[in-house]
Design a protein around this ligand. Structure first.
Ligand SMILES: CC(=O)SCCNC(=O)CCNC(=O)[C@H](O)C(C)(C)COP(=O)(O)OP(=O)(O)OC[C@H]1O[C@@H](n2cnc3c(N)ncnc32)[C@H](O)[C@@H]1OP(=O)(O)O
Ligand SMILES: O=C([O-])CC(=O)C(=O)O
Length: 389
């Protein structure tokens, strides 16, 4: 008998699980009708305008925004875990410089999981501790890797700085300007959580087998790497590079787009599985991009950005997603293009781990059905000679 429900001879296939609700969640609400995104009930734009990424991480994990005392204790905890063990650095150093930074981050998380005696402890308290530690350590991992590619020494974390300021400090070895910190913090807040996207769903599938949190995060990193998901922020910048910076970018962007569409290429940073009239996070991230364009005096980049967005809307009616403004914003800040998706990891680890804990609190093994379409039952033909004859 085939795996599909016996009542139906021709079951409907929900390719890519498009439009299929598979569970409930209290962590975030993506509403394509109102074009809104709520984290634990709070509009993400309000959060970006008024709280820090640390407060958002706390909100995702604990369900409420912290009061002053809770925030101070949480910040102390995050700062106490920022350092990177010698062992992790040694293993990262073993990886070739040709390895994609997403592969490096995935490996580093896997090593942390393999070394943590609490890995098998799937209690909520232990998983919360692991989540906070990963959140605190990812900036060290991402910046360690980016710097080693430039033959630069690791920059020790500066515990006088908040999460985002310290992240930039560890990347570039200079105290970052407040405007840049704010734009970066906005990106971290916007990237933190987005219901059952592919990487979060991957994390939930892994958690549902009663594997461990590190395995779930490692798998989620693998899912995020793809250009149809988080890898699009890197791919956007490759498209910008193909178009080329400087004067005349608007015209070149339109020509580039027409050629790419004629070749039936997907335009990275555009389109979304859930939002069909634009991504709720784009206006906030675009504001941050505009501030960075002004800060770094790169109006040509915004010209190219706007021309490509307008032409894509005209030609296909497809709007940008968050990766479209995030990519060039990270570029202006000085991040290597290949490091953009690891920045997404550093943020989304908060959402992934909140989902792992939610999954475990009310677990059911995730195991859908398939409809078999291979050959009918058949049998191995008898061999001419028995073995050994
Ligand atoms: C943070 C994030 O992860 S956001 C997503 C980041 N990913 C990207 O930016 C990659 C580019 N975008 C895409 O590939 C898609 O829009 C996805 C994967 C995000 C969503 O895809 P789906 O919901 O599966 O829609 P699907 O890919 O079937 O697209 C529907 C139609 O729009 C077209 N389309 C959608 N996005 C794009 C795009 N970026 N460029 C060109 N055409 C597109 C498809 O070709 C398809 O056309 P068709 O019906 O003529 O075949
Ligand atoms: O929700 C999705 O499918 C992809 C996305 O925007 C995200 O993960 O932030």
């Amino acid at each position: 008998m085939s795996e599909h429900t016996p009542q139906s001879e021709t079951p409907k296939i929900y390719k890519g699980l498009a439009g299929v609700p598979v569970d409930v969640t209290a962590i975030s609400k993506v509403n394509s009708d109102t074009n809104s995104l709520l984290y634990r009930g709070y509009p993400v734009q309000e959060l970006a305008a008024s709280v820090t990424f640390e407060e958002v991480a706390y909100l995702l994990w604990y369900g409420e925004l912290p009061n002053d005392e809770e925030l101070a204790a949480f910040e102390d905890l995050e700062r106490s875990h920022r350092g990177l063990d010698h062992e992790i650095k040694r293993i990262v150093d073993e990886l070739p410089l040709t390895a994609h930074p997403m592969d490096v981050v995935r490996t580093a998380v896997s090593v942390i999981g393999a070394s943590d005696p609490k890995t098998p402890d799937d209690s909520h308290e232990a998983n919360l501790e692991k989540s906070i530690r990963l959140f605190a350590k990812l900036p060290s991992i991402v910046t360690y890797d980016q710097r080693r590619r430039h033959e630069l020494e690791f920059v020790e974390p500066n515990n006088d700085l908040g999460y985002s300021a310290n992240f930039l400090w560890q990347a570039f070895g200079e105290t970052p300007e407040l405007e840049v910190v704010n734009a970066f913090d906005t990106s971290m807040i916007l990237y933190a959580e987005h219901s059952f996207n592919a990487s979060t769903f991957t994390a939930r599938v892994i958690a549902s087998t009663l594997s461990d949190l590190y395995s779930a995060v490692t798998g989620a990193i693998g899912a995020l790497k793809g250009p149809l998901h988080g890898g699009a922020n890197e791919a956007v910048m490759h498209a910008f590079d193909e178009i080329g910076p400087g004067e005349g970018g608007a015209q070149r962007a339109v020509e580039w787009l027409d050629a790419a569409l004629a070749e039936k290429r997907k335009i990275m940073g555009f389109g979304h599985r859930v939002y069909k009239h634009g991504d709720s996070r784009v206006p906030t991230m675009r504001d941050a991009l505009e501030r960075m364009v002004e800060h770094y005096d790169r109006p040509d980049l915004l010209e190219l950005y706007t021309a490509l967005e307008d032409a894509m809307d005209e030609r296909k009616g497809i709007k940008p997603n968050l990766d479209y403004p995030a990519g060039p914003t990270y570029h202006l800040m000085g991040w290597d293009t290949e490091t953009f998706t690891p920045l997404f990891v550093a943020s989304r680890v908060t959402g992934w781990t909140a989902h792992v804990m939610e999954q475990l609190a009310s677990n059911a093994l995730i195991r859908p059905l398939s409809v078999y379409e291979g050959p009918d039952e058949r049998h191995v033909p008898p061999k001419g000679n028995a073995a050994g004859e």
